[in-house]
Design a protein around this ligand. Structure first.
Ligand code: PGA
Length: 250
C-alpha cells in the first residue's frame, strides 16, 4: 500500500535561528497521523534540524545532492555527507534546479543512481512548462522526464522512490493545477508505470502534487484518488499553514 506524504521544501530560506523558531512551531502544531511529514531545509541547517527533530515524526530531508561520492566538485555535497548528518531522503530534479543549474535528465539519472546506491529515498520531481501544456504536450514531456531519469532502474528500486508532479507554471505563482488536472496527470503517470513495470509498482508508488498548494486548496487536491500528498514550497514556511495542509489528507 502506498503512503501519504507531505514534504515542505524550504528552498533558500531560513538561517539557523529562523530554523530553530520554525521547528519549534512545527513541533507545536504536529499531531500524530499516518501521513509521513518531511521538511527540507538548506544544507547548512540539516544537521541542526535533524538534532532538533530527533524522536519526532518529522523527517529532515535534503533539497539536492551531487552524484559523485567525493572529489573536486567545489560547493557540492554527496550522499554520504547527507547520511552523516542524519539525512536519508533527498529531493532530486526540482524545476528550479533544472532551470537555474542546468540539471538534465542525464545528470539526474546519475544522481538517482548515487542516492539509491547509498540506500537513500528519493523525492523525484518533474513537470511540464506552460508552453508544453498549451501545446498539449504535457503528458509526453512528463513521460520523457520519468523515462530518462528512472526507467533504467529495476522495479524493486521504486520502493525507495516518491514521485512529485510539479507543473512548472504552478510553482510559486499562485496558479494551481485544478484537482482534475492533477488527477489526470497522476493517473497517466501510474499507467506509464504499469506499462514499463507492473501494476504493483504503479499501485505502491506515492505520487505527490506540488505547485501553490495552500490550506485553502489542499483538501480538494488531496481528495483525488491518485494524489498521495504534496510537495509544498511557500506554505511550508509557516507551521500553521503547513500542518493545515498535512491535516487536509483524510
Ligand atoms: P510552491 O512551491 O508551493 O511555493 O508553489 C512548490 C515547490 O517548488 O515544490
Amino acid at each position: 500500500m502506498r503512503k501519504h506524504v507531505v514534504a515542505g521544501n524550504w528552498k533558500m530560506n531560513n538561517d539557523i535561528p529562523q530554523t530553530e523558531a520554525l521547528i519549534q512551531d512545527l513541533k507545536r502544531h504536529a499531531k500524530t497521523s499516518e501521513v509521513e511529514v518531511m521538511i527540507a531545509p538548506s544544507a547548512t541547517n540539516l544537521w541542526h534540524a535533524s538534532e532538533l527533530l530527533k524522536g519526532s515524526d518529522i523527517e529532515v530531508i535534503a533539497q539536492n545532492m551531487h552524484f559523485a561520492e567525493n572529489g573536486a566538485f567545489t560547493g557540492e555535497i554527496s550522499a554520504s555527507m547527507l547520511k552523516s548528518v542524519g539525512v536519508k531522503t533527498v529531493i532530486l530534479g526540482h524545476s528550479e534546479r533544472r532551470a537555474y543549474y542546468n540539471e538534465t535528465d542525464k545528470s539526474l539519472s546519475k544522481k538517482v543512481n548515487s542516492a539509491l546506491d547509498n540506500g537513500m529515498t528519493i523525492v523525484f520531481c518533474f513537470g511540464e512548462e506552460l508552453q508544453d501544456r498549451k501545446a498539449d504536450m504535457h503528458q509526453s514531456v512528463v513521460k520523457d522526464q520519468i523515462q530518462s531519469a528512472l526507467f533504467h532502474l529495476d522495479a524493486s528500486a521504486f520502493k525507495n522512490i516518491i514521485l512529485a508532479y510539479e507543473p512548472v507554471w504552478a510553482i510559486g505563482t499562485g496558479e494551481t493545477a485544478s484537482p482534475d488536472q492533477a488527477q489526470e496527470m497522476h493517473h497517466f503517470i501510474r499507467n506509464t508505470l504499469v506499462n514499463q513495470y507492473n501494476q504493483s509498482v504503479a499501485d505502491d508508488v506515492s505520487i505527490l502534487y506540488g505547485g501553490s498548494v495552500k490550506p485553502s486548496n489542499a483538501k480538494e487536491i488531496f481528495s483525488k484518488q491518485d494524489v498521495d500528498g504534496g510537495l509544498i514550497g511557500g506554505a511550508a514556511l509557516n507551521a500553521e499553514d503547513f500542518f493545515a495542509i498535512v491535516n487536509a489528507i483524510s
